[in-house]
Design a protein around this ligand. Structure first.
Ligand code: PLP
Length: 456
C-alpha cells in the first residue's frame, strides 16, 4: 500500500486525502478545493514537501519537535522497545520499566515536590485527568462542592470535551457545547484589550478578576485555576510582569489549586525546563505533552505535587486511566528525548540563541509599517499586525483576514509561521542555529512585505 501511495503524484495524493481523510481544525470543503500540502520528510528545522520544497519550520510542527526532526536515536529506542515489550498497561497494579524510568526522570527535572506523573496520550487527555484529579482532591478532603475550575477566555487546553471546555475559545464551545463547572475570566492580552492602562496595571486588573470570580462563585465552590504560562494557541500572549505573581498570591490566599498548562512551555521552550520557572509560578499540577517526546511519539501527562497526590491516594482507587497511559514505546522515546535535551544542553542553547540573537531581529520587525507589538520569550514569539501602531487599531477587514494573507505569503516563501487572527507566531525547534534564524527572519520579512503590498 505504501509503495503505491509513495509513487503517486501530489495531485493524486491530494485527491485521495480529500476523499478519505478528515483533518483537524480544517474546513473540509475548502481543503478539497485547494489540496493539502504534503510533507514527505524532515531533518533538523527543515521540512520537505511532495514538490521538493525545503521549508523552514518556524512552528516545530505543532509546537512540539523541540529537538528537531530526524534524530535516529529515537527511532532506535522505539524499535528496541517494540521488540522487547511493544505494549503493556499500567492498570491493576502492573507496571513496566519505561513508565517507571520516565516518571522518575520527570520527578528529577520538575520543580521541588512535584514527584508523581499520571500519563496520558496527549495534552487534551492530561487536562481531562486534571479535571478529575482536582475534583477528587476536594472530595477526599470532605469538600465535594469545590468543583468549579476557573480558566481564561482565549486560553487553549485541548480539544476533548474536558480540554475544550477548560479552553476559552468560543468557536470550540459552539461545536458541541462545554461541560459544567468551568468559569472563564478575561485574558491578560494588553495589546488587544489593555485600552489606556499601563501593561503593569492591566496585568493586575486581569489577575484580580480571579479574586472577584472566587468571591462571586464562593470559595467553597472553587477547586482550581488553570492557565498556560504564555497563551500559545491564543496567539503567544505574554502576560504583563505583574500578572502571574498576582495570580499566585490569590491562589495562595484562597487555597485553590493552581494548574500550569505546560504543554507548549514545557521542556525548554521559554529558556527554562518549565515556563513555571520562567514566570515564578508554583503549580500543584503541570500539564505536559508535545516537547515531552518532541512529538516523536504521542504522550502527555500530569506532573502532580506531593500535596495533591497524597490526598488523592488517601481516597483509594482513582477511577480514571487510558489504555495508553505510560505506553512503553512512547515512554522509552520520551526518556531518550529528555536525555538529549539535557545532555546536549538544549535549554541553555535556547537562552543563547534567543537573547540577544533572535530577540534583536524579532523586535526589529516592529519597524515594518504593519507590525505593532513584538513579543518573545525564549523561542516563542508573536507579532501583532495593525494598520496603526500608535492606536493599536484593528484592521477594517474581518479579524484574521490580514494574518491569513501573511500566512499565505509565508507558505509561498517556504517558511512556516502560523497566524492567530491578526497575530503571527513562531515557535521553532529549540535546536535552531543563528544561521537558520537568519533564514527564518528573512523569509518572514519578505512575506510581510508581500502581504503589505496586497492589503495597503
Ligand atoms: N494545552 C495546551 C497549552 C496546548 O497548546 C495544547 C495543544 O496545542 C493542548 C493542551 C492539547 O494538547 P493535544 O493536542 O496533545 O491534545
Amino acid at each position: 500500500m505504501n509503495m503505491i501511495t509513495n509513487h503517486m503524484s501530489t495531485a493524486e495524493l491530494q485527491k485521495l486525502d480529500a476523499a478519505h481523510h478528515m483533518h483537524p481544525f480544517t474546513d473540509a470543503n475548502g481543503l478539497a478545493a485547494k489540496g493539502a500540502r504534503i510533507i514527505k520528510s524532515a531533518k533538523g528545522v527543515y521540512l520537505t514537501d511532495s514538490e521538493g520544497h525545503k521549508i523552514i519550520d518556524g512552528m516545530a510542527g505543532l509546537w512540539c519537535v523541540n529537538i528537531g526532526y530526524g534524530r535516529p536515536e529515537l527511532g532506535n529506542v522505539a524499535k528496541r522497545q517494540m521488540d522487547e515489550l511493544c505494549y503493556y498497561n499500567t492498570f491493576f497494579q502492573t507496571t513496566h520499566v519505561p513508565a517507571i524510568a520516565l516518571a522518575a526522570e520527570l520527578a528529577k527535572i520538575a520543580p521541588a515536590g512535584m514527584n508523581h506523573t499520571f500519563f496520558a496520550g496527549s495534552g487534551s487527555e492530561a487536562n481531562d485527568t486534571n479535571i478529575r484529579l482536582v475534583r477528587r482532591y476536594w472530595q477526599v478532603k470532605g469538600m465535594p462542592e469545590k468543583r468549579v475550575i476557573i480558566a481564561r477566555k482565549n486560553g487553549y487546553h485541548g480539544s476533548t470535551m474536558g480540554g475544550g471546555s477548560l479552553g476559552g475559545m468560543s468557536p470550540i464551545h459552539a461545536h458541541g457545547g462545554k461541560i459544567d463547572g468551568i468559569h472563564h475570566i478575561d485574558q491578560p492580552d494588553w495589546w488587544s484589550e489593555g485600552g489606556d492602562m499601563t501593561p503593569e496595571d492591566f496585568g493586575l486588573e486581569r489577575a484580580r478578576q480571579l479574586e472577584t470570580a472566587i468571591n462571586e462563585i464562593g470559595v467553597d465552590k472553587v477547586a482550581a485555576f488553570i492557565g498556560e504560562p504564555i497563551q500559545g494557541a491564543g496567539g503567544v500572549i505574554v502576560p504583563p510582569a505583574t500578572y502571574w505573581p498576582e495570580i499566585q498570591r490569590i491562589c495562595d490566599k484562597y487555597g485553590i489549586l493552581l494548574i500550569a498548562d505546560e504543554v507548549i512551555t514545557g521542556f525548554g521552550r521559554t529558556g527554562n525546563m518549565f515556563g513555571s520557572t520562567t514566570f515564578g509560578i508554583r503549580p500543584h499540577i503541570m500539564t505536559i505533552a508535545k516537547g515531552l517526546s518532541s512529538g516523536y511519539q504521542p504522550i502527555g501527562g500530569s506532573i502532580i505535587h506531593d500535596e495533591v497526590f497524597n490526598v488523592v491516594a488517601e481516597g483509594g482507587e482513582l477511577y480514571h486511566g487510558y489504555t495508553y497511559s505510560g505506553h512503553p514505546v512512547a515512554a522509552a522515546v520520551a526518556l531518550e528525548n529528555l536525555r538529549i535535551i539535557q545532555e546536549e544542553g538544549i535549554v541553555e542553547h535556547v537562552r543563547d540563541v534567543a537573547h540577544p540573537y533572535l530577540a534583536e531581529k524579532w523586535h526589529a520587525l516592529a519597524d515594518h509599517p504593519m507590525v505593532g507589538e513584538t513579543k518573545l520569550v525564549g523561542l516563542m514569539g508573536s507579532i501583532a499586525l495593525t494598520p496603526n501602531k500608535a492606536t493599536r487599531a484593528k484592521f477594517a477587514a474581518e479579524a484574521g483576514t490580514v494574518g491569513f494573507k501573511v500566512r499565505e505569503r509565508c507558505f509561498a516563501n517556504n517558511v512556516i509561521m502560523r497566524h492567530v487572527g491578526d497575530r503571527m507566531i513562531i515557535a521553532p525547534p529549540l535546536v535552531i542555529t543563528p544561521a537558520e534564524i537568519d533564514v527564518l527572519i528573512e523569509r518572514a520579512k519578505k512575506s510581510l512585505d508581500e502581504a503589505y503590498k496586497i492589503v495597503k
